[in-house]
Design a protein. Structure first.
Length: 150
């Protein structure tokens, strides 16, 4: 069986950051690595809450027509953001702005009802805000040159 690209990244040295995981035609997959792998993991509530807020904000941003997917990694250390026709500098800007917007968000949790979500009781804005605050501190000074795995 062919080994998938993400298994070729040395997770022993991977740090929190924003990376280009892969490019498939006009689709770029960004690795938003929130936690150092094989260390502290995100709780389900942290992943789920941040996913609701980030996905909603990204799909309402200037890149809304190009966002294909935003969701958590199964290993509980980050998220994947898939974008069509990505300009890396612009996407980096949108990611950082979205994190700042979540940190300052005081509205209702998007999709927090039984009709909208299969686990709506597991959503907490404060958990998402704190997670995004910590992650933003790790990535706020990152530039396009930092998008490559080391």
């Amino acid at each position: 069986m062919e080994r998938i690209a993400s298994f070729n990244v040395d997770h022993n040295i991977l740090e929190p950051g924003i990376y280009i995981s892969r490019i498939d035609g006009d689709i770029t997959t960004y690795d938003l690595r929130v936690k150092k792998p094989n260390g502290e993991l995100m709780s389900n509530a942290e992943m789920h809450s941040t996913e609701h807020l980030f996905a909603t904000m990204a799909r309402n941003s200037e890149i809304k027509d190009d966002v294909i997917y935003f969701g958590p990694m199964g290993c509980q250390t980050g998220y994947y953001l898939l974008v069509r026709n990505a300009d890396n500098a612009r996407i980096l800007d949108v990611i950082k702005r979205t994190l700042r917007d979540i940190i300052g968000y005081t509205g209702e949790m998007p999709g927090k009802s039984a009709a909208e979500c299969g686990n709506y009781a597991n959503l907490d804005i404060e958990i998402a805000r704190e997670s995004c605050r910590r992650y933003y501190e790790a990535v706020k000074d990152k530039g396009v040159e930092d998008l490559k795995y080391r």
